[in-house]
Design a protein around this ligand. Structure first.
Ligand code: HEC
Length: 153
């Protein structure tokens, strides 16, 4: 009797239904979201070190910028319905104003693409710093200001 149930559960876990809004494990989703954001933070800090000339690791710039572009492609996925309660600083507005949030995600993704474009076309010095600042303003700053609450502690 036990086996068929286990198999049924496995099949359910593999089905697209398992990823639907109602079935989401909110705590796990929040943890995952924070992990993605922490990864973004790491690449962003590395990019800053390079574009401001603090470290001479120019060869790593493309990789960090590509990683941010990849991670930003997750922005549409890491705020599932139901992950608004718990250990999160995500504001309710993400789910209350989905169109506004989507526009902000689009803007951030475009900003990351623009930074990639600048790096790919060989921007350097002041031009590169400018492109980096533009990216920060139109992604992290723009979204956090509207959709991220200050941590409680
Ligand atoms: C489209 C919106 C959006 C963009 C773009 C965005 N963030 Fe976030 N970020 C959030 C939200 C919302 C949270 C709160 C998540 C939570 O607590 O569940 C967050 C949380 C964080 C955290 C805290 C993670 C933790 O462990 O609590 C860091 C660090 C962070 N973001 C860095 C960045 C950096 C750096 C950028 C830009 C390169 C960026 N974010 C771009 C929305 C965004």
């Amino acid at each position: 009797m036990k086996k068929p149930i286990a198999i049924a559960l496995c099949l359910f876990a593999l089905s697209p239904l398992a990823a639907s809004a109602q079935e989401i494990d909110a705590d796990a989703a929040i943890k995952y979201r924070k992990a993605v954001m922490t990864a973004v933070k790491g690449h962003n800090a590395a990019i800053k070190g390079i574009v401001t000339g603090k470290v001479p690791f120019n060869g790593s710039l493309k990789g960090h910028v590509a990683a941010i572009n990849d991670l930003f492609s997750e922005l549409n996925r890491i705020f599932p319905e139901g992950s608004d309660f718990g250990e999160t600083n995500a504001k309710e507005a993400i789910w209350d104003k989905p169109e506004k949030f989507k526009a902000t995600v689009d803007k951030a993704q475009k900003a990351a693409a623009a930074l990639k474009q600048a790096v790919d076309s060989g921007a350097s010095g002041g031009d590169l710093v400018k492109a980096y600042k533009q990216f920060g303003k139109n992604s992290c700053a723009s979204c956090h200001k509207q959709f991220k609450a200050k941590p409680k502690s």
